[in-house]
Design a protein around this ligand. Structure first.
Ligand SMILES: Cc1cc2nc3c(=O)[nH]c(=O)nc-3n(C[C@H](O)[C@H](O)[C@H](O)COP(=O)(O)O)c2cc1C
Length: 179
């Protein structure tokens, strides 16, 4: 949203905690659990009804959110490392699982997300990758050009590793398992 200045203070949470939120089909928050409220440092009343970019951090590349929404529109789930910006300027890294919610007829009625604490190695590797993607985006003034450039760089980096985005995410967990 751009109205909160990052303080550089990192916030963390317990390995057995899950940050949960649900949105409507447009990404407007309809539910947030107690852990979400605590980490984001917004009262629940200021979270419900807000677009989910409420906690968008400027260090997040646009191309990752494009991938997220393209995947959801494709009716698929996605796992991604995301750094979020709390209302008090602190940031917190999560390993997010975001998925469509379907009704009995298979229609997408909204989306929901569970997030857990990522491994520190994953945060370090993702911080470096996302910094490069953001740098590629800053070379362009038009958002569409920025996304195209960072998406191309992301694809190149994954190709070098011989990994899909999903494999990149899971290769850096201590479980090392595929979803
Ligand atoms: C269920 C769900 C959960 C989301 N969780 C986050 C999140 O934790 N942090 C975030 O920055 N964006 C999250 N998003 C993506 C936002 O909707 C948005 O695309 C993103 O913040 C980029 O905002 P912008 O397009 O205004 O730059 C989520 C979207 C959905 C559907």
């Amino acid at each position: 949203m751009g109205h909160v200045t990052p303080s550089g203070v990192e916030r963390t949470f317990d390995t057995d905690e899950l940050i949960v939120s649900k949105t409507d089909t447009k990404g407007v928050i309809t539910y947030a659990n107690e852990v979400f409220v605590r980490l984001s440092a917004y009262p629940e009343s200021e979270v419900i009804g807000k677009p989910h970019n409420l906690i968008r951090h400027p260090d997040m590349p646009r191309c990752v959110f494009k991938l997220l929404w393209d995947t959801l529109k494709d009716r698929q789930e996605i796992f991604a490392y995301i750094v979020n910006l709390a209302g008090d300027g602190a940031h917190y890294w999560v390993l997010a699982h975001v998925t469509p919610s379907f009704d009995a007829n298979g229609q997408v009625v909204g989306y929901h997300s569970n997030r857990r604490l990522p491994d520190r190695d994953a945060v370090a590797a993702t911080t470096a990758l996302y910094a490069d993607l953001c740098a590629a985006e800053r070379r362009h003034s038009r958002p569409a050009d920025a996304i195209e450039a960072s998406t191309a760089l992301l694809d190149r980096r994954l190709a070098e590793r011989g990994q899909t985005f999903d494999q990149f995410v899971w290769s850096m967990t201590s479980e090392g398992v595929s979803a």
